[in-house]
Design a protein around this ligand. Structure first.
Ligand SMILES: C[S@@+](CC[C@H](N)C(=O)[O-])C[C@H]1O[C@@H](n2cnc3c(N)ncnc32)[C@H](O)[C@@H]1O
Length: 244
């Protein structure tokens, strides 16, 4: 059913019911000022993430797709360690910044594709790894389920999805108290760290979901969840999921 829907969404890309991934990319991800300060403000821990994937088998022959690559912190860390990296993002502003960084880094095995979870068409050998950090929450849950099914088909059987995102690990009855406590951790200066206004915007305008909704979606899409780490205080989850 979901695989059929994934196919249908591609076939009917211009139909009125399809999801506009650019319009839902997040206001800030289309904002030149935000993208310009992103790397100074947000450390994606790419070196540590690469070690996680190397422990799972990433090597010189690996094909990696970075979905929601942003400014490409992980893409740039992974490129010297594997055969091919495809950096996919819907934001032309993010991709412009990534292309500038790639030119300066002088790497030749990275392809940059302006596309999204619901539109990316993988070509060539199936991916060994799909990496996605803090991007899936831009889709409402219905479309997350479709996206995860599409991601499964980008990977070879046995391939790995490394998925990190803002995901809520608490009960709905606790939502008001927990969300308010999270927003209170935000600062006031958007130049240096996530501000309270940005955290509020995330909860209000984007689509982070509960762990107990996301995890069955991953399983339904054809993944076995091998590891799940919930940090900090159950506002973020990092998964290793194996394509069955
Ligand atoms: C918070 S940034 C994270 C970037 C990068 N993964 C990192 O960890 O630094 C979220 C990224 O997801 C991208 N994005 C939003 N919606 C998307 C979609 N439907 N498909 C692919 N990327 C999307 C945004 O343009 C943005 O670059």
């Amino acid at each position: 059913m979901l695989a059929g829907m994934a196919t249908a969404s591609r076939r009917n890309a211009s139909a009125g019911w399809t999801f506009d991934e650019v319009a839902s990319a997040g206001r800030e991800n289309l904002d030149v000022d935000h993208v310009g300060r992103y790397d100074a403000k947000a450390d994606a821990g790419a070196a540590e993430e690469l070690v996680v994937l190397e422990d799972l088998g990433l090597g010189p022959e690996s094909v990696v797709v970075d979905l929601g690559a942003g400014t490409g912190q992980f893409t740039l860390a992974a490129a010297p360690a594997c055969r091919r990296v495809v950096a996919v993002d819907v934001s032309p502003v993010m991709l412009s910044r990534l292309r500038t960084k790639l030119d300066a880094a002088d790497v030749s095995n990275v392809e940059v594709v302006q596309s999204g979870f619901l539109s990316y068409e993988h070509r060539g050998n199936p991916a060994d790894f799909v990496y996605s950090r803090y991007a899936l929450h831009h889709l409402p849950d219905f479309w997350k389920a479709v996206a995860l099914t599409r991601v499964r088909h980008v990977l070879r059987p046995g391939g790995v999805l490394r998925l990190s995102d803002v995901v809520y690990g608490f009960d709905p009855a606790e939502a008001e108290e927990r969300i308010e406590a999270w927003c209170a951790t935000g600062g006031t200066d958007v130049e240096v760290a996530w501000s309270r206004a940005e955290l509020e915007e995330h909860v209000r305008d984007e689509h982070s979901t509960f762990t107990w909704l996301l995890e069955p979606m991953m399983q339904r899409a054809g993944f076995e969840i091998e590891a799940a780490v919930y940090v900090p205080d159950h506002f973020s989850a990092q998964y290793v999921a194996r394509a069955i």
